[in-house]
Design a protein around this ligand. Sequence first.
Ligand code: NAP
Length: 246
Amino acid sequence: MNQTTNRVAIVTGASRGIGAAIARRLAADGFAVVINYAGGASEAEALAAEIEAAGGRAVTAQADVADPAAVVRMFDGAQAAFGGVDVLVNNAGVMRLAPLAEADDALFDSQIAVNLKGAFNTLREAARRVREGGRIISLSSSVVGLRPPGYGVYAATKAGVEAMTHALARELRGRSVTVNAVAPGPTATALFLDGKPQALVDQLARQAPLERLGQPEDIAAAVAFLAGPDGAWINGQVLRANGGIV
Ligand SMILES: NC(=O)c1ccc[n+]([C@@H]2O[C@H](COP(=O)([O-])OP(=O)(O)OC[C@H]3O[C@@H](n4cnc5c(N)ncnc54)[C@H](OP(=O)(O)O)[C@@H]3O)[C@@H](O)[C@H]2O)c1
């Protein structure tokens, strides 16, 4: 039995990409995991089956994180399935790029709804429910520090996530709950790769001193550190997991 046995983690946006790698890793570390998704039911079910087949525990939970009622239902479902919630990994996110002069209202509203309001919805519920000793981890992005053109709205949502992380860490004083963010650099998922020509992907991959893209498993390892026993003293921090790009 290890120290995470009987602990329960909700991972939002876990049907694919970084979230799926986090769910897989936390399950391997002994957490019962709730695999949240918006539209990817079959991928989420396949991941839950894979985790169960490997001896872990997993359930799926459809919920649009932008919808506060759906987020409440997801936490209710986690409590019903596993008896409580110890870890929230607030990972669901979308990215739409355009220079501000060319960004339309839909680009702004969709990213605010999922990345910022969605983070608020899940952080609020976690603040109310996570058990003593719990961990709350949100996905930010290294573009908050890199400041590339075209990323203004997306980076603004992630800067907001970092601000809420810092505030919540202080608000939970006395509960032994840590609140942190992990800020990946370019990571090989659909969110990063879709729509980019290979030459641009190669150029971005070379920017970090380690000269490669992050893999979802690299980010999952950073999240697992914060969620597990070794991360207990880290609180109110943003950990940039990015090969040194910024
Ligand atoms: N990849 C990168 O380079 C990178 C870098 C820095 C930060 N990040 C951040 O890391 C996180 C994960 O990104 P990723 O690269 O893994 O993206 P991804 O491959 O596009 O996966 C996104 C996940 O989020 C889910 N999702 C989207 N909208 C949702 C909603 N409204 N409610 C619930 N789930 C929703 C998707 O579920 P469905 O498919 O089921 O809809 C999917 O599982 C995001 O917060 C992203 O901003 C990524």
